[in-house]
Design a binder for this molecule. Sequence first.
Ligand SMILES: Nc1ncnc2c1ncn2[C@@H]1O[C@H](COP(=O)(O)OP(=O)(O)OP(=O)(O)O)[C@@H](O)[C@H]1O
Ligand SMILES: [Mg+2]
Length: 498
Amino acid sequence: MTESLLRLTGISKSFAGVRALQGVDLIIEDGKIHCLVGENGCGKSTLIKIIAGVYTRDSGVVEIKGKEVEQIHPIDAIREGIQVIYQDFSLFPNLTVAENIALNEELAEGRRLVNWRNVKQIASEALAQIDVKIPLDALVEDVSVANKQLIAIAKALRRNAQLIIMDEPTSALTEREVRTLFKVIRGLQERRGIAFLFVSHKLNEVLEISETIIVMRNGKIVSSGGRSEYDNTRLIFEMTGHTISENAYEFAPDMSQPSLLRVEGLSARDVLFDISFDMWAGEIVGVTGLLGSGRTELALALYGMLPITDGRIYMENKPVRIASVQDAIEQRVGYVPEDRLTEGLFLEQTIARNTVVRIVDELRGSLGLTDRRQVNAQVNEWVSALRIKTSDPELPVKTLSGGNQQRVVLAKWLASKPRLMILNGPTMGVDVGSKDELHAMMKKLASEGMGLLVISDDIPELLQTCNRILLMRHGRIVEQIWAHETNENELSAKLMED
Ligand SMILES: Nc1ncnc2c1ncn2[C@@H]1O[C@H](COP(=O)(O)OP(=O)(O)OP(=O)(O)O)[C@@H](O)[C@H]1O
Ligand SMILES: [Mg+2]
């Protein structure tokens, strides 16, 4: 019989008037894989932080292995075998892989002199347990996101984890890396009986890996049960309270007209080779490929963040030079980066300020004063158009949930009305219900004449939003695919080919 490792009863938590959790009951069973799903802002991360002892609950009971725990401190959670892997992985970037995995232990045991032989030994054993190979001497800052995550798991194992909690572990991973992660998770469950709780917005992954599913809505658990009780439709329904169906975006550009963007023989040293394509106003063109295929580099080159070594760019038939971000902005090219947390926002600043930061000059009147009313109107318009979940736009962006922060990045760019909008992983970390709304918004903007270049490896997303998809491999465009002529399986197979 499986026992409960962790039992939460009636957990509530508010932040300055926002009721993030309201009477949550949750049981985590020994050795099982649990998935926690729900719309952006429904309280998933808050719940995890309470389990980890990062936040203090306002009320409710927590029992770990049948023992009631008054106050959880992060260190107690760790001692009880509960390990949370956060999105920043809490690793030391300037230490090596081996040091990150092993050092804590060496230091914790109070040995002043670190035995370096031992460090490598410990680290290599830990990695062997999850059956992955990562160079032990590499600096953590130089390894991929996927490997950082595996390092964090290896580290958790060193501390005898019995429950590993991961908040959106797959959102920054490519398809292939997700496979590796799932193999590791299953292996640890089978061989070591480790339980997992993880959050994901990708329902196909949830249905693939979970044994128990827990659905949250507005701070409450609305449904939970065994995997076999759920399918995609039911999950969406439980999360959102309604069903959704999305239509593909069909658009046939008038190729006799000048294109919005023409790229000719574009190359960037070692990463992009001879890239040529046209895209027309009103199009949503997808760019897909595996990590290292050059998909992000192409975006960076078009946005002036990666030096072009050869080739030309035209916009509406005029040759343009995009050698800096300033040049790109002058050409009215916008870019929403992949990593919203480090590149996209001023976290300490208000939601309102982040939303209008690109257009404050425009909103400034002839006397150089910004019209508050106009600013507020703009802010409110975007907050409601993108359904940013906040009680007050004057709160700092960091008070928003992950998916809502992503919406602020979008709002900031959309408010500046670019001609060409480059979106890198536009709905990464956004829940399915809202994804659908963001897709609808992208289609609306395109139908009003904006060109959107969408970089993504989310196959359903590409098929639902793009009329055309460019497939990249090793820095080259290898194929152009019309969305209405392909399907999920075919596109997925093409993406995985190397
Ligand atoms: N430190 C904080 N201060 C104020 N409000 C907060 C804070 N942390 C979370 N909230 C609010 O609590 C609610 C739940 O947020 P939480 O981050 O738990 O959502 P989530 O389910 O993880 O969403 P997502 O899928 O977008 O990551 C949101 O309304 C959020 O704005
Ligand atoms: Mg979250």
